[in-house]
Design a protein around this ligand. Sequence first.
Ligand code: GLY
Ligand code: MN
Ligand code: MN
Length: 437
Amino acid sequence: MNTDEFVRRRRQLMRMMGRGSVAILPAAQTRLRNRDVLYAYRQDSDFYYLTGFAEPDAVAVLAPGRPEGEYLLFCRERDPDKETWDGTRAGPGNAVTRFGADAAWPIDAVEELLPKIVGACDRVYYTMGAHPEFEQRLMGWVSRLRIRGGAGTHTPDEFIALDHFLHDLRLYKSREEAGAMRRAARIAVQAHRRAMSMCRPGLFEYQIEAEFMHEFRSHGAQPSYQPIVGSGANTCILHYHANDRRMEDGDLLLVDAGCEYDYYASDVTRTYPVNGRFTPEQRAIYEVVLDAHEAALAAVAPGNPWSEPHEAAVRHVTKGLKKIGLLEGAVSSLIRNRAYQKFFMHRTGHWLGMDVHDVGDYKIADQWRVLEPGMALTVEPGIYIPPGTRGVPKRWWNIGVRIEDDVLVTREGADVLTRDLPRDPDVLEALVGAAAQ
Ligand code: GLY
Ligand code: MN
Ligand code: MN
């Protein structure tokens, strides 16, 4: 991402905060996986959004109008010995020259300097609840200021959730952000195509997962969440992650896998038969989901409420299930009584951005938010019929279908970022196993 983009974001946020305020954002912490092995480090999305700084042990401070500098960064000092083991660090010098901080200090100085900066402000913005340990330290500094200061000491009297401003900014994607999302979408599309072409009975689900890893890493991307590769009954487990079953002839396969590129996520699902031929029941369910998906996509347009794609999907899923005979009764009462939830138990989408379930309010004052250009969301209706589903004949069991695409709301309507990945069942049948020996 271009450095101007980060400058612009900081300016926008500071304009919203106004003078006399300070925003404090800690970097994500490293986390132990086992013994002395760490999980792969990923910077906190809010922190990265404003700084473009990918290292742990850092605190960013924005103080609009502060005469000595508005953007301050505390970070790890250079250390040749440690850098030999763990790689280079920017250090405070580069934090200024390369990352645009007005001033930067070693992270250890935070204890001494930050309370002074906080003490000089009226309002403190931070992401409440997101970093409990840091929040405790912050509150400790403020309490000490109050106790030690005595009469006449100035301390901030408002603590405000940063989320409202910051997450509202993140909800609207700039041209640069849309570019990164397009790239993440394109890599995911290629990965799904690759996996489809390799798919055949006898492979294990993790071998399909491996095709995604190959394609993601080949393009400098990584998974944006744990891939879901579920076959047979596993298609009906919404967050299935084991990915360790052998795929059999006659199974459906549901693959929900997306990648993160330059800190932006894609989130894509396709469902297809492992052997390249839908059974009549699988195809019937697939076509209901596809119909719901098309109806939901058509409802993504500026000016429409956030709820409209979901409501369209619910109508089409309910009608389709009734036509097949899996729901009985009047469509209107089936919708009112939420009878469809037996088979379609999640919502039709979520915001998409730096986080796969991205930030941003879905409602404003109890009203569904209206879609606007720059917002990005997924469209992902599904129907799931696990084995043993009561009142459903056995031939329908083990069918879980979800179709998920990524959509950017534009001035004209909607741009489906993952449109190049086929959804048509005949096209899927032709692609599945095309590269398998
Ligand atoms: N991959 C998670 C979701 O579809 O929401
Ligand atoms: Mn999703
Ligand atoms: Mn998904």
